[in-house]
Design a protein around this ligand. Structure first.
Ligand code: PEP
Ligand code: MN
Length: 357
């Protein structure tokens, strides 16, 4: 930490500043300029976190040197984290492969869920998404089938072999969601729901943490730090677009957040082109951009009949479009030095069976 003093700081003021720093267990080093003096603080600056240094007489500014996050920082781990979702070999996110999570915005019933699972699996997705508890702007909108949807997700996992990802919105739902899902999603609106972050931090189950609508990269990393601080290091970060002045797209995909995050953290980083663009025709170009920027994966909304979707119809792609996207994605993945993640051969279950209820 570096303390910059006001011009003409007095010696008693300097002594008082040094005393406060040294009482916290750090050493000080003075650098006297013509007008100002810089106080360098040597030691663990986190010891000064609760000390109101900027309120001391003679202090102009306090500049931290260390990042506020610890366990999510790149330096904390020798290698990038690979998150394994699901039983057995599971589906990996992170490392050299590109993972694709796909499925409907909401679980609307058995037939559509099984059909979506079959088509995304056939196209090469390795994880299935589907919302049971939906955060909706309007209380009158479809808010998901809740526990009924959780049971369907567990059922479709058993027949498709695809691990399932679903959102948890409230600490009271954590237990039941964790009983059914392989990966728990914390949505954009809950990125700073600190009790919820701590609750999923107490689980030993992977978490997909989405960036808040107006969250900075640092705030996203600190939200992840809440989860790691409780002992759960199976966290995947997701850039899903942020609010800007632009109205042409639902949100603005912050492509640059991907390389910035990859530089700052060892955690895998994926992109949600569906919620970023808000239009089905934007999903492919935004996916390609994400891969070019270094994303470890994508989460894409796919609906058997997008026009009938009860949430996010406009941005949902049809199975055929998703298949085309996946074929084209291979080339982009190759250009980015990655291979597409695939389902292990020992999961030969026919995802079509069980459909039709
Ligand atoms: C979703 O994944 O369907 C969703 C609601 O995402 P977000 O929290 O990013 O808006
Ligand atoms: Mn959605």
């Amino acid at each position: 930490m570096i303390i910059v003093t006001r011009p003409h700081v007095t010696d008693p003021e300097l002594d008082a500043i040094r005393e406060v720093v040294e009482r916290a267990g750090l050493q000080t080093h003075l650098s006297r300029g013509e007008h100002r003096t810089i106080v360098g603080c040597i030691g663990d600056e986190r010891m000064l976190a609760e000390v109101g240094l900027s309120t001391l007489p003679g202090v102009e500014s306090v500049i931290p040197v260390l990042k506020p996050y610890r366990q999510v920082a790149r330096e904390f781990r020798a290698d990038p984290t690979v998150v394994v979702v699901g039983e057995g070999e599971g589906a990996s996110i992170g490392g050299n492969q590109l993972a694709v999570i796909a499925g409907p915005c909401s679980v609307e019933g058995r037939e559509m869920l099984f059909s979506a699972a079959a088509s995304v699996r056939a196209a090469g997705a390795t994880l299935l998404r589907g919302g049971a508890f939906k955060p909706r702007s309007s209380p009158y909108a479809f808010r998901g089938l809740g526990e009924e949807a959780l049971a369907l997700l567990a059922e479709v996992r058993a027949v498709s072999g695809l691990p399932v990802v679903t959102e948890v919105m409230d600490t009271r739902q954590v237990e039941i969601v964790a009983e059914h899902a392989d990966m728990l999603q914390i949505g954009a609106r809950n990125m700073q729901n600190f009790p919820l972050l701590s609750a999923v931090g107490d689980l030993r189950r992977p978490v997909l943490l989405k960036r808040g609508l107006s969250a900075t990269v640092e705030e996203l990393l600190l939200a992840a730090e809440y989860i790691l601080a409780r002992g759960n290091d199976q966290v995947v970060l997701c850039e899903r677009g942020i609010r800007t002045f632009k109205t042409a797209t639902r949100n603005t995909l912050d492509v640059s957040a991907v390389p910035v995050l990859k530089r700052e953290t060892h955690l895998p980083v994926i992109v949600d082109p569906s919620h970023a663009g808000g239009k089905s025709w934007l999903v492919a170009p935004l996916s390609f951009a994400a891969v070019a920027a270094g994303a470890d994966g994508l989460i894409i909304e796919v609906h058997p009949k997008p026009s009938e979707a009860r949430s996010d119809a406009e941005q949902s792609v049809a199975p055929g479009e998703f298949g085309d996207l996946m074929s084209r994605l291979r080339a982009f993945a190759g250009a980015a030095g990655r291979t597409m993640s695939a389902i292990p051969d020992n999961v030969p279950v026919d995802p079509g069976s069980g459909a039709g209820g």
